[in-house]
Write a protein that binds this ligand. Structure first.
Ligand SMILES: NC(=O)C1=CN([C@@H]2O[C@H](COP(=O)(O)OP(=O)(O)OC[C@H]3O[C@@H](n4cnc5c(N)ncnc54)[C@H](OP(=O)(O)O)[C@@H]3O)[C@@H](O)[C@H]2O)C=CC1
Ligand SMILES: O=C1O[C@H](COP(=O)(O)O)[C@@H](O)[C@H](O)[C@H]1O
Length: 701
């Protein structure tokens, strides 16, 4: 019989786990008879590379010791549960003592391109948060030196007033005192000697750690890398780490050149290629969902999943930076990096461990199974100008892409693309992965939509496919659409409902860090598991380069869509070729069901609780929820609906405004849709018997 050492609790409250076969060889320094539950847990994680389930852990001990006592099993259970609730898997970016920030050695953070847009929008605010602003701050030393670097001299106060305008918080003054600026060319070793002297003074002249952020155009990366290497590396044995912003080249050849130049001078452990989507909460959550639960991994495959959509939408154009955008286009700007990274984390096999090397291995492996993209599996669009009426009868005008003065006349650069990827491995063969991304659309939104395969038993109670949606932004959420019986006499009457885990509801008041905060923090820790490896970039460019070269050479004509559209005309049909139905917007449901306005009136009246003939934004939310995809629209979506429909601008929507709004929205909803959709009728049918329309059925929590 295995036994727990009697009442043997160590200071952490763990019972010793020992067994009959005390001679079983073990790798830990302790003998099996003295191994604690923690030792066994660690050993499991070392050998298997994940946090075990309780059963796995007990079997693991049994296999090695022959038996395990009940008491000892309980100790394992407690410890394992404690570890899971603390968020304590060995996923290094979640909690990993192997990667700690050195809070003692002086640290300098140098931002190349400090006068630029990214530095202002993201970098200075992120560094401030880590030093002073976020819960638990400081997460990097508060006396870190934050040094901006740029080509032209600046007056420091003016520079800080402009570039730190987005830094918000009570300790801003203290932070600004830590900031300085150094000017010089990017390609002169002498200038970097000057930078080195400047840093030495700030650091005190001894050992220091240095983090260099490349917020500059990639064509000068090579010069900067060389100059840091010759003249500005960290002194006294401190670490030197480089964070490189995308784009990492524009095709296979240019990436290889860039990579050769950086990796000749710095090791892979010193290079942190950033993809800020990897720092977004929902993207990070893919790993926790897949590998921290029991159910997801068991249906994460071609037997159960019919298609995967990875979607990025922006309601902005190119904002006068079209000249820059025109060099890349939406595929290079969003797909080859951000959306592909999301795809990788969704599709890769579990890594043996959550360290940089093991993660990179699995990422490369899944990429190797993806054949190069083909033009026939690609849809291209470009936004044109549009005009619409909004609140108070004001007319809103949006220029088209070609109206941007910085865009070359007649450019065919795609601002929208849809591409379908295949993954030819045992897990995914035959499952289409549709990526679609666009600027100048109806909303800012990014999501993953996983649609499940109907199974033979579904003929008993037919209905729509289940969908698991991971909403990356705005309003992070995970929700699951499934069929639920409608309360009442008919046992077969079921309707789609939503099991909704929105972060604001499930984690109220929790601090959601900006992606750049995490990326700075992980670099300071030396944890590269969330950064992009050289091997995976080689593969990523192999997949995209032939298509990009063909687009560059042949300049296919993109489909022009009006600014603010949900998608270009023809995109739904393109998706349908792969068996994929793109989610409709709330407005479209209304537009397509105009003929049922009588019913809309019923819903409107039912929601108009005080009977004053108008709906408040909250009531509009309920209306939208009723017709949309079952879940609550975000505040942003509701304010957009109000903006478009509330013509007198009084903050309430009359039925007349709603009707007119639907008419106006018909202009957005492009021809070619199936006008006979009966979605609205289905939903109304559900509520016919109920006098008051309320939220859709609440899913069990
Ligand atoms: N802005 C964003 O939202 C995002 C940007 N990125 C990437 O981050 C990096 C920086 O972006 P962003 O701040 O928008 O870029 P900017 O165009 O604003 O340029 C940043 C700085 O680089 C310097 N610079 C610009 N052009 C040149 C040039 N031809 N030669 C030498 N130096 C130049 C300028 O600084 P100075 O003249 O003072 O030396 C400029 O302030 C880029 O690689 C971009 O692709 C990635 C994701 C999002
Ligand atoms: O990398 C880029 O990302 C932004 C969108 O980032 P998000 O975090 O706001 O989703 C995009 O606007 C830009 O064009 C692109 O270069």
């Amino acid at each position: 019989m295995g036994q727990a050492c009697s009442g043997d609790k160590d200071e952490e409250g763990q019972l010793c786990v020992s067994g009959r076969n005390g001679t079983t060889p073990v790798r830990t320094s302790r003998s099996p008879s003295t191994m604690t539950a923690r030792d066994w847990l660690e050993r499991f994680e070392q050998e298997v590379g994940q946090v075990p389930t309780v059963g796995q852990l007990i079997n693991f001990v049994k296999e090695r010791l022959g038996e395990i006592s009940e008491q000892a099993a309980e100790a394992c259970l407690r410890l394992r549960n404690q570890k899971v609730t603390e968020g304590g898997s060995s996923m290094s970016h979640m909690k990993d003592n192997a990667h700690e920030v050195d809070m003692v050695t002086p640290m300098s953070i140098v931002i190349f391109g400090a006068t630029g847009d990214l530095a202002k929008k993201k970098l200075y605010p992120a560094v401030y948060q880590l030093m002073f602003g976020c819960p638990g701050a400081p997460l990097v030393p508060q006396n870190a030196n934050v040094v901006g670097y740029g080509r032209s001299p600046v007056a420091l106060d003016d520079f800080l007033a402009k570039q730190c305008v987005n830094v918000k918080g009570g300790q801003k003054e203290k932070f600004l005192k830590q900031c300085s600026f150094f000017s010089g060319p990017y390609d002169s070793p002498d200038s970097y000697k000057g930078l080195h002297e400047h840093l030495l003074k700030l650091e005190g002249g001894g050992k220091a750690n240095r983090l260099f952020f490349f917020s500059i155009p990639p064509q000068i990366f090579g010069d900067v890398v060389k100059c840091i290497h010759t003249s500005a590396k960290a002194p006294g044995g401190g670490w030197t780490r480089l964070i490189l912003e995308k784009p990492f080249g524009r095709d296979s050849a240019s990436f290889a050149e860039l990579d050769a130049c950086t990796s000749k001078l710095f090791t892979e452990d010193e290079i942190f290629r950033i993809d800020h989507y990897l720092g977004k909460e929902i993207v990070l959550n893919i790993q926790a969902m897949r590998f921290g639960n029991q159910i997801f991994e068991s249906f994460w495959n071609k037997e159960h999943i019919r298609s995967v959509q990875i979607v990025f939408k922006e309601d902005l154009g190119t904002g006068g930076r079209g000249g820059y955008f025109d060099q890349s286009g939406i595929i290079r700007d969003i797909m080859q990096n951000h959306l592909l990274q999301v795809l990788i984390w969704l599709a890769m096999e579990p890594p043996a461990k959550y360290d940089r090397k093991s993660v990179a291995e699995q990422k490369v492996k899944v990429l190797k199974a993806i054949p190069p993209l083909k033009m026939k599996d690609t849809f291209l669009g470009q936004f044109g100008k549009n005009t619409w009426e909004c609140s108070g009868g004001k007319v809103h005008q949006e220029p088209g892409y070609l109206d941007d003065e910085t865009v070359p006349a007649g450019s065919r650069c795609p601002t929208y693309a849809g591409v379908v990827l295949e993954i030819n491995n045992a897990r995914w063969k035959g499952v289409p992965f549709l990526m679609r991304a666009g600027k100048g659309l109806d909303e800012r939104m990014a999501e993953v939509r996983i649609t499940f395969k109907p199974q033979s038993f579904n003929s008993i109670i037919p209905g729509d496919s289940n969908e698991l949606v991971l909403r990356i932004q705005p309003d992070e959420a995970v929700y699951f659409k499934y069929l639920n019986k409608v309360p009442g006499w008919d046992p077969k009457r079921a309707a789609p409902v939503v099991m909704d885990m929105s972060y604001t509801k499930s984690f109220p008041d929790i601090y959601v860090a900006d992606a750049y905060e995490r990326m700075f923090l992980n670099t300071a820790k030396g944890d590269g598991s969330l950064f992009v490896g050289s091997g995976e970039l080689t593969e990523a460019w192999r997949i995209f380069t032939p298509l990009l070269h063909e687009i560059d050479a042949k300049r296919p004509e993109p489909v022009i869509y009006p600014f603010g559209a949900r998608a270009p005309a023809g995109m739904d049909e393109f998706a349908a070729k792969y068996g994929i139905t793109m989610a409709k917007s709330w407005e479209e449901f209304l537009v397509f069901n105009k003929s049922k306005f009588g019913d809309l009136r019923k819903v409107f009246d039912a929601l108009d609780a005080n009977g004053d003939g108008s709906l408040s934004p909250d009531e509009v939310k309920a209306l939208a929820r009723h017709f949309f995809d079952g879940r609550e629209p975000t505040d942003q979506q509701v304010s957009r609906i109000m903006q478009r429909m509330d013509k007198d601008g009084n903050g309430r929507l009359t039925f007349h405004e709603l009707e007119q709004g639907v008419e106006a929205m018909s202009r957005y909803c492009l021809p070619g849709y199936n006008k006979d959709q009966d979605f609205m009728a289905d939903h109304l049918a559900l509520t016919e018997s109920s006098p008051k329309i309320s939220a859709p059925l609440k899913a069990p929590s």
